[in-house]
Design a protein around this ligand. Structure first.
Ligand SMILES: *[C@@H]1O[C@H](CO)[C@@H](O)[C@H](O)[C@H]1NC(C)=O
Ligand SMILES: *[C@@H]1O[C@H](CO)[C@@H](O)[C@H](O)[C@H]1NC(C)=O
Ligand SMILES: *[C@@H]1O[C@H](CO)[C@@H](O)[C@H](O)[C@H]1NC(C)=O
Ligand SMILES: *[C@@H]1O[C@H](CO)[C@@H](O)[C@H](O)[C@H]1NC(C)=O
Length: 363
């Protein structure tokens, strides 16, 4: 008896569902004009039907909560969602790698004054930017200088003022009291930009010891001779200035700290992202990659809520792309042992930010 009732109930249920489905199909068929169908109060655009559930939920969250006046087209919507996913993955990789004890010391016991010196502040827009030299940071500093109001456009900022923190209205986080530092770290939008760690070192070497477009004689006159004296195999051959292989030997030396102290803040151009920005302690909202700057720069502006106020300067085509032959070329004269040592020092930077181990250099 009991079973028969259940069966009957199931039959009614199936019939009921069939009715709903057929109703839905006729409604859809009657909408050939492409303007979408109306179901109760929810209007569904035809393009949106192709979206996954999470994408659709994201759309609702974005359009309802974040910016009620913002009307995204389905195309920008898909881009935004993909970017959100990519950046979420970057943050998650960072978090899990920070917890991985087998990668050595990625953590700072305290956020030191040295790290706070690397972070620039926009109080007006509640933004913190950690500087990672050789990764296109000058342009970001210009963006923040304009935001803070010292200059009205990026083109107006004289080159010598960009790095002059008495004149550019871009304070360092270290200039605030402890309580103010903590409050800003907890509540502001925080970002940094990284790139392949070995390409960054090549860029630092070229920019500081080969060409040096700025007037910075201390790299060639005070730093290079000290490295050559300590690390060049044939010390009698002092010709040619600092070679890349000398530079790599210094960087990969487990006792590099001794010279670092002597070189002062100039080391910011070649020490690790871990040392510069404390990424395991500071919860950065966005980690930009130089290699995808064309997409990451607008994403950062949007996430920081400043996309209507400034834009990132035009990026010359091709400069952000990772160039393996360049890396091979520079490392071709470096011994395998020294490359290994260098990698050991920078392994944290590779792993935290998802850069592939350059295995082509090891054999
Ligand atoms: C979406 O991304 C693609 C590829 O990055 C790009 O070509 C397209 O212009 C983007 N669309 C919008 C509306 O931003
Ligand atoms: C930790 O790092 C090591 C060395 O890179 C790796 O082999 C291991 O899979 C990592 N563990 C986790 C849990 O990520
Ligand atoms: C490494 O460990 C020491 C001692 O615990 C600590 O003082 C230091 O901040 C750590 N982090 C780095 C990046 O050196
Ligand atoms: C890669 O680097 C090499 C050596 O510096 C250079 O000749 C080449 O043009 C670069 N390739 C690209 C695509 O930029």
């Amino acid at each position: 008896m009991h079973h028969r009732w259940l069966l009957l109930l199931a039959c009614f249920w199936v019939l009921f569902m069939l009715m709903i489905v057929s109703k839905f199909i006729t409604l859809t068929m009657r909408s050939p004009d492409g303007y979408g169908i109306r179901q109760g109060s929810l209007t569904v655009l035809p393009e949106l039907e192709k979206m996954t559930v999470t994408e659709a939920r994201k759309f609702q969250i974005d359009s309802q909560m974040c910016n009620p006046s913002f009307q995204p087209t389905p195309d920008t919507l898909k881009n935004m969602t993909l970017m959100d996913l990519i950046h979420k993955e970057r943050r998650e990789l960072l978090r899990s790698t920070c917890r991985n004890g087998s990668l050595g010391n990625l953590s700072h016991s305290i956020i030191s004054k040295f790290v706070l010196d690397r972070i620039f502040v926009s109080d007006k827009h509640k933004i913190l930017f950690c500087q990672t030299p050789k990764v296109g940071n000058t342009q970001w500093k210009k963006v923040l200088i304009v935001l803070n109001g010292a200059f009205s456009s990026i083109e107006d900022i004289p080159e010598n003022v960009v790095h002059d923190h008495d004149k550019n209205g871009l304070p360092r986080l270290s200039s605030y009291s402890m309580a103010d530092v903590q409050e800003r770290l907890n509540s502001y939008f925080k970002f940094l930009i990284v790139r392949d760690p070995f390409e960054r070192l090549i860029s630092a070497y070229k920019d500081k010891f080969v060409h040096n477009p700025r007037f910075e004689p201390w790299y060639k006159h005070n730093i290079a001779p000290v490295i050559i004296r300590k690390y060049r195999k044939d010390r009698t051959e002092a010709r040619g200035g600092l070679q890349f292989q000398d530079f790599v030997r210094y960087l990969g030396d487990p006792n590099h700290k001794f010279l670092d102290l002597q070189f002062g803040d100039h080391i910011i151009h070649w020490i690790t992202y871990v040392d510069l920005c404390a990424p395991c302690e500071i919860n950065y909202n966005v980690i930009g990659h130089h290699e995808t700057l064309e997409e990451d720069a607008p994403y950062i502006l949007r996430e920081a809520g400043i996309e209507k106020l400034v834009s990132y300067p035009a990026i010359p085509p091709g400069i952000t792309k990772y160039n393996q032959s360049k890396v091979e070329y520079y490392f071709s004269k470096v011994s395998k042992r020294d490359i290994r040592r260098l990698y050991d020092r920078f392994e944290g930077d590779f792993k935290l930010f998802g850069y592939k181990e350059p295995t082509f250099l090891f054999h």
